[in-house]
Design a protein around this ligand. Structure first.
Ligand code: AQP
Length: 317
């Protein structure tokens, strides 16, 4: 008998503009494999409330994330695309998980610690984020979660939440595994640090050619070497090593030519996706319908799981 198809799930926050770090870290491994699985893509709108405090902006961002998914080439017929807030079982289960883990355990989360260290707002939502993320994954019996390296620890937190619940109330949740694309776990930004919306060092995936050119031209280069390391690190996401060797050997010290070559490379890669995204954007009602129908399916699945969970924890009388 053929083995049952496994569940693949990932998500993006509706907190800003998609950058090439998000693409190579989370979306490319999803795009490359989703047809082999029962696949789900989430718009993590409640997660983005930790940073976005503008209703109109959030509404726009939510639709933009769906457009990003469709733009990169996801077939909505083959994936359940859903909105986190439309499945209230996520926040319900998050509370139950929060009652099972300790404060010191959550305080060890790198994402939380890094933001606090950088002086960014540390609201309670940001602190509890790993438990909400655990529900995103565990509610659907997810096997594999494509993510960037920065999220690896959060997948460990999800496993821990599953174990804690299973130990307390009996086998209920599967332990998920992360899928981190080799060479793209941490895509560097234009300053060589991890590319991150909140660090302002991103290259937008769906920017215009001019926007892409502007950011590439501002990649920080170290004038002491022949090969600009930060340019090369981004270039190798788009071009094979052997071809890059030829290009970089022929242009030793010519940073401008290398940056121009990178702009052309990104543009050639992005143009067909940008065009597809623009076509979808002409019919936003259909895009919203994709999200509505996907959320309906996700809600049914989540409710099934939560029915069992409520029974196990003892809130059904
Ligand atoms: N630089 C990166 N390299 C590889 N993967 C990355 N991801 C993010 N940055 C990189 C992955 O993208 C997915 C989407 O994450 P998100 O929408 O939840 O946003 P994020 O992780 O908060 O993305 P940012 O840009 O890094 O935002 P801030 O500045 O808010 O922290 C995740 O799988 C993530 O690993």
């Amino acid at each position: 008998m053929a083995a049952a198809k496994k569940r693949l799930l990932t998500g993006l926050q509706s907190s800003g503009t998609l950058h090439i770090g998000n693409y190579f870290g989370a979306l490319k491994p999803f795009l490359d494999t989703y047809q082999q699985y029962h696949s789900m893509l989430m718009v993590a709108d409640y997660h983005s409330l930790t940073t976005v405090k503008d209703a109109a902006l959030l509404r726009t961002n939510i639709v933009n994330v769906v457009l990003d998914y469709l733009g990169i080439g996801i077939n909505p017929e083959e994936v359940i695309i859903f909105q986190q807030s439309r499945v209230p079982q996520h926040t319900e289960l998050a509370w139950i998980f929060e009652c099972l883990v300790s404060v010191p355990f959550l305080m060890q989360a790198h994402a939380y610690k890094d933001k606090v260290a950088k002086g960014l707002e540390a609201n309670a939502g940001l602190f509890n984020y790993p438990m909400l993320m655990a529900t995103d994954i565990l509610l659907y019996d997810t096997d594999i979660v494509p993510v960037g390296k920065d999220q690896q620890q959060h997948i460990e937190y999800a496993r821990e939440a599953a174990v804690k619940f299973n130990n307390a109330f009996g086998p209920t949740f599967k332990e998920p595994k992360e899928l981190i694309l080799k060479g793209a776990g941490t895509v560097p930004g234009i300053d060589g640090e991890k590319m991150s919306k909140s660090y302002g060092n991103t290259i937008p995936l769906f920017g215009t050619k001019d926007e892409i050119a502007k950011t590439v031209m501002s990649i920080v280069t170290d004038s002491s070497g022949e090969r600009p390391a930060n340019v090369y690190a981004i270039h190798k996401l788009f071009k094979a090593d052997a071809e890059l060797e030829t290009l970089y050997s022929a242009n030793k010290g010519n940073y401008k030519a290398l940056k121009e070559a990178l702009i052309e490379e990104i543009e050639a890669f992005v143009a067909p996706m940008r065009e597809r995204r623009e076509n979808y954007a002409k019919d936003l009602d259909s895009v919203k319908k994709v999200l509505e129908e996907g959320s309906e399916k996700a809600r049914e699945m989540a409710e099934k799981k939560m029915t069992a969970v409520r029974e196990k924890v003892g809130v059904t009388i």
